[in-house]
Design a protein around this ligand. Structure first.
Ligand SMILES: O=C(O)CCC(=O)C(=O)O
Length: 163
C-alpha cells in the first residue's frame, strides 16, 4: 500500500505504444522523467542531451508543439538548420524486457524495428528545481510554457483518472 501511494505521488501518466516495423516517433522531448519499458519487438532510440537544444531547432515556445524538433533528422536540411551538423547523439537498441530511463528534457527519436512492437512508458513528475538546473537564461524561459502545459495536462488526466 505504501509503495502504491508513493507511486501515485511520483507517476503522472502511463502510455501504451503499439506499432510495427517502420514506425518513427519524431525527435522530441518530454517535460517529465520517463521510463520506457519494451514488451515486444525492438526499438532503436537516438538520444540528445538537453544542452544541445540550440542545435535541434524546436518549434517556437508559443506554438502547441514547443517540445518537437522542426528537423527531419534522417534527411536533415542543413541549409535551413545548419547547427544540426554539430549535434551528437547517443544510440541504443531496446530489447523486449528492457527499460530505458529518459530524463526530463532529453530529446529522443524512436524507431520500431520489428513487426509487433509493444511498449509502455511511465511519465513521472518533473521537478521545477531540476529544470532550473538544466537550463539558464533564454533557454530556461523557452522551456517554461512546455513545462506548464504538461503540468496542466497531467493535472487534468490525473483528476479524471484517479488511481
Ligand atoms: O515508443 C515510441 O515510439 C515513443 C516513446 C516515447 O517517445 C516516449 O516514451 O516518450
Amino acid at each position: 500500500m505504501k509503495l502504491q501511494n508513493a507511486l501515485k505521488k511520483k507517476l503522472w501518466v502511463t502510455n501504451f505504444w503499439l506499432g510495427t516495423h517502420g514506425n518513427v516517433t519524431p525527435l522530441h522531448y518530454d517535460p517529465s522523467d520517463n521510463i520506457l519499458a519494451q514488451v515486444s519487438g525492438r526499438k532503436r532510440i537516438l538520444l540528445f542531451d538537453p544542452k544541445q537544444i540550440s542545435f535541434l531547432y524546436p518549434f517556437p515556445a508559443h506554438s502547441k508543439i514547443p517540445h518537437l524538433s522542426q528537423i527531419n533528422i534522417d534527411e536533415p536540411d542543413i541549409e535551413k538548420f545548419p547547427k544540426f551538423s554539430k549535434a551528437k547523439c547517443i544510440e541504443c537498441v531496446l530489447e523486449p524486457g528492457e527499460m530505458l530511463f529518459i530524463p526530463v528534457f532529453w530529446w529522443h527519436q524512436v524507431y520500431s524495428l520489428d513487426k509487433l512492437n509493444i511498449a509502455v512508458n511511465f511519465w513521472g513528475k518533473a521537478k521545477f528545481r531540476k529544470i532550473l538546473l538544466t537550463y539558464s537564461g533564454s533557454r530556461l524561459l523557452a522551456q517554461i510554457p512546455a513545462f506548464l502545459w504538461q503540468e496542466f495536462r497531467n493535472m487534468v488526466s490525473f483528476n479524471s483518472n484517479p488511481r
